[in-house]
Design a protein around this ligand. Structure first.
Ligand code: BGC
Length: 488
């Protein structure tokens, strides 16, 4: 007689081997009816209506409007006109079979600066988001809402102490106004906007410095902890919601896999890029030791109370990832490692690998990077829930393609299939608690500084006529999510 243990083992093996295609493996791994299958957007990238109905300009409006046109000659003035077209876009999302939308609320639209020098609720902004939420509810689509996706009101600055209470006031108003939202993320990718705005200076507010990004990050973490504390104390029980944060990372492989120095550098890279945020929130309440050792007094310190509030201050981990990179040991640099990005011209002696780069040169397509990041977060931080809050790719040359060429997005379909297959493996083999996955992005949109030429959408957008055309990747999702779907 075969023991129950062997039967269980065999059925596990059968369960995997039965699922021979990636799609079957993905469906099997994420079969939970509560799983959030979504697509993601962000206010400034899609809404448009930049100066309508009482919206205050954000730092991105000011930046893109500069005479030297830093957003590749484009701006979020109109973008996808989601402000007027949200109902059709939500219908389209639901028709594709998604049950969730990740979106952000525009702080300058809903809580702009008043004549009295204070920020106040804007009734027309509230009305817009209430309409969006009722449309989602009507279509059975669950919102996952980011409180801050980079569009800071243009009177504020992440370097100033006042930004923390301003953020908390804004978050309090959101929690009061939208009890129907059950999934909140405090911030999207601080690793992008702090270094981009305050170290490299290629993003607003265009400050180049050695250490000010650390000050930005410190305020972000303080604001996150204070908002979460308030939500838990006053709103969470009644609303029955959860709150987390979205942290991006590109898995970094040691350049030489047998070099102890490169292996150590890869760990430092993880500390400096993701431990910077995740250690305080999911582990210790404080920065990793390696950051303190390297930056010394240039890294601000938390008070004891702040450490207590930070530790454990997220109900879920929002994980964004797009690609991978390599790191080498580096002495005496601005960081204790040197990054090598295979898709940046000149970084690899033989040139970028064919077929593995997005249009964005930072995007080296590497499906195993998804699994590595998921498993690392699971092993080191052990959050109860992980949502893959963004992953996606812009196809090289897509900016100048015809609609017909753009919708034939084989590279993107392969990307989603392979990345989700890796996520499914992480769930199946390592028990990573993945509770949702959001494709970036529902629509081609304003890709920040790269304007409209880098197209990440699963839907093609004609930015003149605003016509939407679902791409092959959207139809791939439709088929994945509804195996009986009849594809046009
Ligand atoms: C951001 C999005 C952005 C995407 C592609 C993420 O870093 O959250 O706003 O459009 O990557 O660059």
């Amino acid at each position: 007689m075969v023991s129950p243990h062997v039967v269980a083992l065999l059925s596990g093996v059968l369960a995997v081997s039965e699922h021979t295609t990636p799609e079957e493996r993905i469906r099997a791994a994420f079969a939970d009816p509560e799983f959030l299958w979504g697509s993601a957007t962000a206010a400034y990238q899609v809404e448009g209506a930049w100066n309508r109905d009482g919206r205050q300009p954000s730092i991105w409006d000011d930046f893109c409007h500069q005479v030297d046109k830093p957003c590749s000659g484009d701006s979020g003035d109109v973008a996808d006109d989601f402000y007027d077209r949200y109902a059709q876009d939500i219908d389209m999302l639901a028709n594709l079979g998604f049950n969730s939308l990740r979106l952000s609320i525009s702080w300058p639209r809903i809580f702009p600066l008043g004549q009295d020098g204070l920020h106040h609720p804007n009734p027309l902004g509230i009305k817009f988001y209430k309409n969006v939420l009722s449309q989602l509810a009507e279509k059975g689509v669950t919102p996952m809402v980011t409180i801050y996706h980079w569009d800071l009101p243009n009177d504020l600055d992440w370097l100033s102490d006042t930004v923390v209470p301003e953020y908390v006031k804004y978050a309090e108003f959101l929690f009061e106004t939208f009890p129907e939202i059950k999934n909140w993320a405090t911030f999207n990718e601080p690793l992008s906007f702090c270094p981009g705005g305050y170290q490299g200076g290629f993003w607003p507010p265009s400050i180049q410095s050695d250490f000010l990004h650390l000050q930005c990050g410190h305020h972000v973490l303080q604001a996150h902890a204070a908002a979460v504390k308030m939500y838990r104390n006053r709103f969470q029980q009644k609303a029955g919601g959860k709150i987390g944060i979205v942290i991006d990372y590109k898995w970094a492989y040691p350049w030489n896999a047998s070099s102890a120095d490169d292996i150590r550098s890869a760990q430092l890279h993880r500390d400096f890029h993701l431990g910077w945020w995740a250690d305080p929130i999911f582990l210790t309440g404080d920065y990793p030791h390696s950051l303190r050792n390297f930056y010394g007094d240039n890294l601000p310190t938390f008070t004891k109370d702040e450490i207590t509030s930070l530790r454990g201050s997220a109900d879920f981990y929002g994980l964004n990832t797009y690609g991978g990179k390599f790191v080498k040991f580096e002495q005496n640099g601005a960081t204790p490692f040197k990054e090598i990005n295979p898709c940046v011209p000149g970084d690899l002696p033989d040139g970028p690998p064919a077929g593995e780069c997005g249009a964005s040169t930072w995007l080296w397509i590497n499906p195993p990077a998804m699994r590595h990041y998921l498993e690392y977060v699971h092993d080191r931080y052990g959050p109860n829930e992980i949502f893959i809050t963004e992953f996606g790719v812009d196809m090289p040359g897509e900016g100048t393609m015809t609609v017909k060429e753009s919708v034939h997005d084989i590279l993107r379909q392969d990307y989603y299939r392979n990345y989700l297959d890796q996520a499914a493996t992480a769930k199946r083999e390592s028990g990573v608690p993945i509770k949702g996955a959001f494709a970036w992005s529902l629509l081609d949109n304003l890709e920040w500084k790269d304007g409209f030429k880098c197209r990440f959408g699963i839907t093609h957008v004609n930015f003149t006529s605003q016509k939407r055309t679902p791409k092959g990747s959207a139809k791939w999702f439709q088929q994945l999510l509804n195996s009986n779907a009849i594809l046009a």
